[in-house]
Design a binder for this molecule. Structure first.
Ligand SMILES: Nc1ncnc2c1ncn2[C@@H]1O[C@H](COP(=O)(O)OP(=O)(O)OP(=O)(O)O)[C@@H](O)[C@H]1O
Length: 253
């Protein structure tokens, strides 16, 4: 059963329609990865799923209710969001920042939950340190911990791997996959097609504001779509439980 449904969603920013007639049904238990070139509309669509921007036409519903009509507090209860900008305005401790994701709990329990999420992201040693005294990748993990501390059943993450080293990129995707397997609906955008091919249950391929195709990685990372959307030559090789995306660049126009 989908809990998030996009029905013919179009979004206008400034004078342009930047998302065109996107329809999709997103269900708990799956890891959805949105891919597409710069400017394809990924961030805009994720923001629309939080109701941070309004639609030109169409509807996004959560468990059958029009999301735009829900109070912000109700939306925040059900949908957690990691924006692409990783800014933190105040020099709070890591645990205080992560605890902002667990405001449904009593303060002490929220801190315990926050600490557990920081620990699972390798930040236990710096949990009490101010976030201004962290590296960019550590700060990015603190913001991820904030989202992970949330009880929301939909997690939306815009480029969650920005600033992370290769080992943490994989670890974070493993954690998000576990969250999906445990019943959350996890939707993220990603530029790394290799990781998208390996981890996604379902890929949403966006281009020029349109949802070109939504399917399993094997049906998305095919030579025709890689060439048409990304100007890349390549294909997905699947075998022995492994998926490997082989890519080579086409000459740029
Ligand atoms: N505030 C805005 N006003 C007008 N146009 C905007 C605004 N924000 C984004 N756009 C345009 O909307 C389109 C989609 O942008 P969006 O940020 O959703 O793309 P994206 O797929 O997330 O790109 P990237 O991979 O570069 O982050 C782009 O053409 C962009 O220039």
């Amino acid at each position: 059963m989908p809990n998030l449904r996009l029905q013919s969603v179009s979004i206008k920013l400034g004078r342009d329609i930047v998302v065109h007639e996107v329809s999709a049904e997103l269900a708990p238990g799956r890891l959805y990865i949105m891919v597409g070139p710069n400017g394809a509309g990924k961030t805009t669509l994720l923001k629309a799923m939080t109701s941070l921007i309004s639609l030109q036409s169409g509807m996004i519903s959560y468990n059958g209710l029009d999301l735009a009509l829900q109070r912000p507090g109700v939306r925040a209860e059900h949908i957690a969001y990691l924006p692409q900008e990783r800014s933190i305005a105040w020099d709070l401790s890591c645990v205080d920042v992560a605890a902002l994701g667990a405001q449904h709990l009593e303060p002490e329990l929220a801190r315990q939950k926050a600490f557990a999420e920081l620990q699972s992201l390798g930040l236990q040693e710096v949990a009490d340190r101010g976030v201004f005294k962290l590296s960019g990748g550590q700060r990015a993990r603190v913001l991820l911990a904030r989202v992970m501390a949330s009880p929301a059943d939909v997690l939306l993450l815009d480029e969650p791997l920005i600033a992370l080293d290769p080992a943490w990129q994989r670890q974070v995707l493993i954690r998000l996959k576990q969250r999906a397997e445990a019943g959350q609906t996890v939707i993220l955008s990603l530029h790394d097609l290799h990781l998208a091919a390996q981890f996604a249950d379902t890929v949403l391929l966006m281009d020029k504001g349109r949802l070109v195709k939504m399917d399993v990685p094997e049906k998305i990372f095919v030579p025709s779509l890689l060439s048409e959307v990304f100007n890349l030559k390549g294909e997905l090789i699947a075998g022995e439980g492994q998926k490997t995306l082989r890519l080579e660049s086409l000459p740029l126009l």
